[in-house]
Design a protein around this ligand. Structure first.
Ligand SMILES: [Zn+2]
Ligand SMILES: [Zn+2]
Ligand SMILES: [Zn+2]
Length: 316
């Protein structure tokens, strides 16, 4: 068997690192665009190469419409990347870590955004996501694809592989450097720094003048931020028990109960993403609004007033 897809996949990877493994100022929007497209292509080609080694039928989307003859002529629709990843795990038995799988899914989303709206993302975000996928693909190549190649095929790929390996390290270094620099810069805001719903870095500084993620970097509208943060929890990106409600201070729907901050990630706090107020001793009223009890009362001010009015009406 001749595994032509592997050199093809490595060729795509060379394109990715050639565009990204450079100082930020030298990376153009066009570089970002092609890096994303080529990385997605590389992922698809390499994952399918492994499926093909197990059995040709695993790359076919719908087997009821395919024969070996059609397959050999290339007349078939192939499975999506997400489905190929599933088959890799469930049918071939290749172990794939959860974070690797998520990185591949994030890349697919990035690629879809690119196709529909053009790429709005910054070098930092694309580099971060690319670094995660590249890291997975390099391990995958080493452990599950290279061993299937003949010595002369390996030798032919050596130079390209060295180039890719070097580039991957470079991109990883940029991401790590950015993270370290931010860690120092944001230290004094650690008690107001949370995980960004967009890039998942601990770089989102909540501020009443406007919240901003310093990694992406992205400025957030407070209500959008509250929504994205809770949503992010629900899709499992931020693994926590998070809920939202109206802020007892500014009355905007931006109160988040269970925010983890960089200052003490193990102790979630209750904070408003609009006025940046932090609350202790919040209680949930039966009307489902959060409130800060003044004297151990267990209903909110609004319900209390309503209750008084009602009893007033009853009395008279
Ligand atoms: Zn971010
Ligand atoms: Zn507030
Ligand atoms: Zn109430």
């Amino acid at each position: 068997m001749d595994f032509l897809p592997v050199p093809n996949g490595i060729d795509y990877l060379s394109e990715v690192v050639a565009r990204l493994a450079r100082p930020d100022a030298e990376v153009s929007p066009r570089d970002l665009k092609y890096a994303v497209l080529h990385l997605q292509a590389a992922t698809e080609v390499l994952v399918k190469a492994r499926l093909q080694i197990a059995h040709w039928s695993l790359v076919v989307k719908d087997l009821s419409k395919c024969t070996k003859e059609k397959y050999d002529r290339g007349e078939f629709e192939s499975a999506t990347v997400a489905e190929s990843m599933r088959r890799l795990v469930d049918m071939v038995g290749v172990p794939v870590r959860k974070d690797d799988r998520e990185a591949v899914e994030e890349l697919a989303k990035l690629r879809n955004r690119l196709q529909h709206w053009g790429l709005q993302e910054t070098v930092a975000l694309v580099e971060k996501q690319a670094a995660s996928v590249l890291d997975f693909l390099m391990r995958f190549l080493d452990e599950h694809l290279m061993p299937a190649l003949k010595d002369e095929q390996l030798a032919a790929l050596q130079k390209d592989m060295d180039f890719v390996r070097h580039g991957v390290r470079e991109i990883g270094t940029y991401v790590e450097t950015r993270r370290t620099r931010l860690h120092v810069e944001l230290k004094e805001h650690a008690d107001k720094t949370a995980q960004c719903p967009s890039c998942h870095e601990w770089a989102l500084v909540v501020d009443r003048e406007g919240s901003r993620c310093h990694f992406c970097p992205r400025a957030w509208d407070s209500e959008q931020l509250a929504y994205a943060y809770t949503e992010s929890f629900e899709t499992g990106n931020i693994e926590d028990d998070v809920s939202s409600g109206d802020c007892p201070e500014c009355w905007t729907r931006t109160l988040i109960v269970g925010v983890r901050t960089a200052a003490a990630p193990g102790q979630p706090i209750d904070m408003c993403f609009n006025c940046a107020e932090v609350f202790t001793g919040l209680r949930l009223c039966s009307c489902l609004e959060y409130f800060v009890p003044v004297a151990e009362e267990d209903i909110c001010r609004r319900c209390f007033n309503l209750h008084m009015e009602m009893s007033g009406i009853n009395d008279s």
